[in-house]
Design a protein around this ligand. Sequence first.
Ligand SMILES: NC(=O)c1ccc[n+]([C@@H]2O[C@H](COP(=O)([O-])OP(=O)(O)OC[C@H]3O[C@@H](n4cnc5c(N)ncnc54)[C@H](O)[C@@H]3O)[C@@H](O)[C@H]2O)c1
Length: 284
Amino acid sequence: MAIRKVGVAGCGLMGSGIAQVAAASGFPTVVREVNAELLDKGLKSIDKNLNRLAEKGTITEAAKDEIRGRLKGTTKVEDLQDCDVIIEAIIEQLPAKRELFGALDALCPSSTIFASNTSSLTIMEIASATKRPQRFVGLHFFNPVPVMKLVEVVRTIATEPAVYEEVVAFGTKLGKTAVRAHDSTGFIVNRLLVPYLLDAIRALEEGVGSIEDIDKSMMLGCGHPMGPLTLCDFIGLDVLYSVCESLYEEFKRDEYAPPPLMKRMVVSGHLGRKAGRGFYTYDG
Ligand SMILES: NC(=O)c1ccc[n+]([C@@H]2O[C@H](COP(=O)([O-])OP(=O)(O)OC[C@H]3O[C@@H](n4cnc5c(N)ncnc54)[C@H](O)[C@@H]3O)[C@@H](O)[C@H]2O)c1
């Protein structure tokens, strides 16, 4: 079965990006939010992105209108039922994801493929809320979705090989480089990235270098586009905290244990760029 129509659940930071990329890749796309206000906010952020691309000449005005024409927003979960694949990008909470997929499982034909964009939950634990774990995968995109080239395609112990191959091909049709990963917490990227970021925080705690010097060292010494503490601020300290807790819970290895400074930053609201303050302070 070919994937022709795409459904996206959640039109927040990631869902709006995924919906934009699916529509831009030629797929009729339906994106669902919980209420009209949040839907409007998500669709406006897509419009802003598309306008910026048109102003820069990356896409024509006609292409912008075509992309927008392929994209439909809704607050009704039923409007996702005729999609061939549904990509979930709602809040990172297992009960919410299980409830949504349970409802979608009852609504959708048995052929529909379900995918979760979770960063740190176990795909199998979400899939087990449905009667179709063989048609369930992880599709882990990166922020900002229209810019970042990678998607991790995650198979569980139950995913059917043919379904998996279809989703890998779909990831490529979205213009991404699809890498294959098993359903192991953190998949490939977070499993490798998180210990590095936590070590940068520990180096700061232990006085090895200043915030600026730790960042400069990794940019100029290793050619990274941004330093680890800037990256922590960009991801959000709260988000990173919950990812490292999931990794620690799964592997019980010290490298995933949250450093004390990180916990103190989270409880005091120093969450990074979105809060105006993290390792750095941000205006506006
Ligand atoms: N932010 C990142 O950098 C990043 C990267 C990769 C993966 N993810 C994952 O993507 C998912 C979404 O993250 P985000 O950063 O876009 O979050 P977000 O808070 O920006 O967006 C989530 C949206 O889902 C909506 N939603 C729709 N249906 C819902 C339902 N039934 N229950 C609850 N909320 C519902 C919420 O209203 C909200 O607008 C999470 O699973 C997260 O782990 C995030």
